[in-house]
Ligand binder design. Structure first.
Ligand code: PAF
Length: 284
């Protein structure tokens, strides 16, 4: 696997692949990889001739009091996982390679979409995500890019950005990967102590509860959200940021579970903020 630290190295390699007529897939990550990321690489390898993963903790998507400095990092382990799953190149830039000291250009969706859900408490987050993902698209020029459904709002926002800015890139969403006991895989799970790790199960239990209610015919979004909220509130170590049912495309709140609906949550377990969700596709 090639380790590229500069934009120029990536461009030269991708140019060579494209001259050979090969297709290129991109898996953007912030490193500290787990089986969720591995599933994205597997999907990319199955659909593209060459796969590039980026491994970059992007400072512009972290707010002033968030965990940028503490964000876990282990590049050697990341490389081992990527190589094992057939990734061809990892892009591992320094912050200075990605952002000039006076960088002042951002990509931002100016609708209510990024203000919902995680955007309520992370107001600059999606501007940072859109900016870095745009830059990665410009650097790697992939045919396809692969994102996890766990970050459902991010996935919807990137699809919107790709549409609005006419990137000719296919965005492939990949299912949430869970631990055997249900907890969604996340690099942030590493922050949890054993007691918190146990308490964190309320997220996936709430997902299961909501899914069951919908499967059994509940169409009132408020009732589903209330039941999930009550379940999470019963756990003393959990503090809810939000539990919401929104339109699967616009991310705006819905009252009725009909069409494409995302039921998503962010919950603090101790100091660690975790997210989880499920999607309902319900016909008229
Ligand atoms: O989902 C992530 O890990 C990040 O938000 C992404 C897409 C790699 C951008 O930094």
């Amino acid at each position: 696997m090639i380790i590229a630290k500069t934009i120029e190295e990536v461009r030269a390699q991708v140019r060579a692949w494209k001259q050979e007529g090969l297709t290129v897939g991109l898996v953007p990550t912030m490193g500290y990889l787990h089986e969720g990321h591995a599933s994205l690489v597997d999907k990319a390898v199955s659909q593209c001739d060459r796969v590039v993963a980026s491994d970059f903790v992007n400072p512009t998507q972290f707010g002033p009091n968030e965990d940028l400095e503490a964000y876990p990092r282990d590049f050697d382990r990341d490389c081992a996982l990527l190589e094992e799953h057939g990734c061809h190149m990892v892009f591992y830039p320094e912050v200075s390679e990605m952002y000039a000291p006076d960088a002042a250009t951002y990509v931002e969706i100016l609708s209510d979409m990024p203000k919902q859900l995680c955007g309520q408490t992370r107001p600059i987050h999606f501007r940072g995500v859109c900016t870095v993902v745009s830059k990665l698209f410009n650097i790697v020029t992939p045919d396809k890019a692969f994102f996890g459904q766990k970050d459902a709002q991010q996935l919807a926002i990137i699809r919107r950005m790709v549409r609005d800015l006419s990137y000719g890139i296919e965005i492939v969403g990949c299912p949430i990967v869970r631990e055997p006991d249900g907890l969604a895989k996340s690099s942030r799970n590493t922050y949890l102590n054993p007691q918190e790790r146990q308490a964190a199960l309320v997220l996936s239990q709430a997902v299961r509860l909501g899914q069951t209610m919908v499967e059994e015919g509940e169409t009132d979004a408020r009732r589903v959200v209330e039941a999930m909220t009550a379940h999470i509130q019963a756990e003393p170590l959990a503090r809810i940021d939000y539990v919401s049912a929104v339109d699967g495309v616009t991310m705006l709140p819905v009252e009725t579970i009909q069409g494409s609906v995302l039921v998503a949550m962010a919950v603090y377990i101790g100091k660690t903020r975790l997210i989880d969700n499920f999607i309902v596709e319900k016909g008229e």
